[in-house]
Design a protein around this ligand. Structure first.
Ligand SMILES: NC(=O)c1ccc[n+]([C@@H]2O[C@H](COP(=O)([O-])OP(=O)(O)OC[C@H]3O[C@@H](n4cnc5c(N)ncnc54)[C@H](OP(=O)(O)O)[C@@H]3O)[C@@H](O)[C@H]2O)c1
Length: 289
């Protein structure tokens, strides 16, 4: 059987929806409601042996909304449980190499290392930043005068991707791995680290143009108080790291970077313009780091 975790969330839910017709699919979530749902709560490791009984292939959707020590404990628990349950192949949704300087990368790299040390076949799906993330953070935590998109991005650009593309790749790769394991053949995805970033790059001017606005580079200094008042402490650090890295120009990725997104999709990446316009249309709603 193939178990996908986090199926009440946006990414896990989209992956499970794409796999709805795949024989042997199980949905793992803290809120099970259907016959193919299994209770999966990484904060309660006692839920994991039952959830993983009979599972050959496990797609772990990262559960990153917490302090790093909590995230490490969550992901460590699921790796241990997968080994204990005899899971053959684990896929993990990580973070793109282009985002390595971000504080959120730490827990992802730690999880990748834990998986590399485990007696399992492993596939790492290194997801780029969702297009909505940097835009929602700017909109939520920088004053937005009329006719202006203001953000502490300086002249930096950020490489972003459409979450639906990431869900599609995860579903395809997981289904193929599951077919391979059931057929008793080696999977071409075993041992692979896929960079999934696409080609979209957004500068502040690009975002402003999509909203019919003018771009105004905001100072980093004014942002911390708004963040501190609006999100939990760990998200202040993560959001600050996104802004600072973006402004320094280290989130743009490069033309020569390895990117497996379109190769695995078998088509061009989805444009992110509608996602960006959707966030701009909801100005004033705080984003999450
Ligand atoms: N690449 C990016 O730009 C980016 C941005 C934000 C987040 N992320 C990461 O990608 C993940 C999926 O993103 P998303 O958009 O689907 O986020 P989301 O809609 O907020 O969903 C959060 C996910 O975390 C899972 N989760 C939380 N606590 C858990 C626990 N104790 N045990 C097991 N699962 C737990 C939830 O599973 P259930 O509710 O089904 O139990 C859900 O799948 C996030 O959790 C985060 O680690 C990536």
């Amino acid at each position: 059987m193939l178990l996908v975790t986090g199926t009440s969330g946006a990414l896990g839910g989209a992956v499970a929806a794409r796999l709805a017709d795949h024989a042997g699919l199980l949905r793992g979530t803290r809120a099970p409601s259907g016959p193919d749902d299994r209770l999966v709560d990484f904060d309660r490791p006692e839920t994991l042996p039952g959830a993983l009984a009979g599972v050959d292939v496990l797609l772990v959707v990262s559960a990153g909304y917490a302090e790093d020590d909590v995230v490490r404990a969550r992901h460590g628990a699921v790796v241990d449980a997968a080994v204990g349950a005899g899971v053959r192949h684990v896929l993990y949704t990580s973070l793109a190499g282009a985002a390595d300087r971000l504080t959120i990368a730490l827990a992802h790299r730690w999880t990748e290392a834990r998986l590399a040390d485990a007696p399992l076949d492993v596939t790492i799906l290194r997801n780029g930043l969702y297009a909505e993330v940097p835009v929602a953070l700017a909109v939520g935590f920088t004053a937005q005068p009329d006719g202006v998109f203001a953000a502490p991005w300086g002249d930096g650009a950020v490489s972003v991707v459409h979450r639906d593309d990431l869900a599609e790749v995860a579903a395809r790769v997981a289904a193929e791995v599951h077919d391979d394991v059931r057929a008793g053949r080696a999977s071409r995805h075993a041992g692979r680290v896929y960079e999934l970033t696409g080609r979209a790059r957004l500068t502040g001017r690009d975002v402003a143009a999509l909203g019919g606005d003018r771009y105004e580079a905001a100072p980093l200094g004014g942002t911390w108080d708004a963040l501190a008042a609006g999100v939990p402490p760990y998200q202040v650090a993560h959001a600050a790291s996104i802004f600072a890295t973006l402004g320094a120009g280290f989130l743009a990725g490069g033309a020569g970077d390895v990117d497996h997104l379109e190769e695995l999709l078998g088509r061009p990446a989805r444009p992110v313009t509608d996602v960006v316009r959707g966030v701009l249309g909801s100005r004033g709603v705080p984003g999450r780091a």
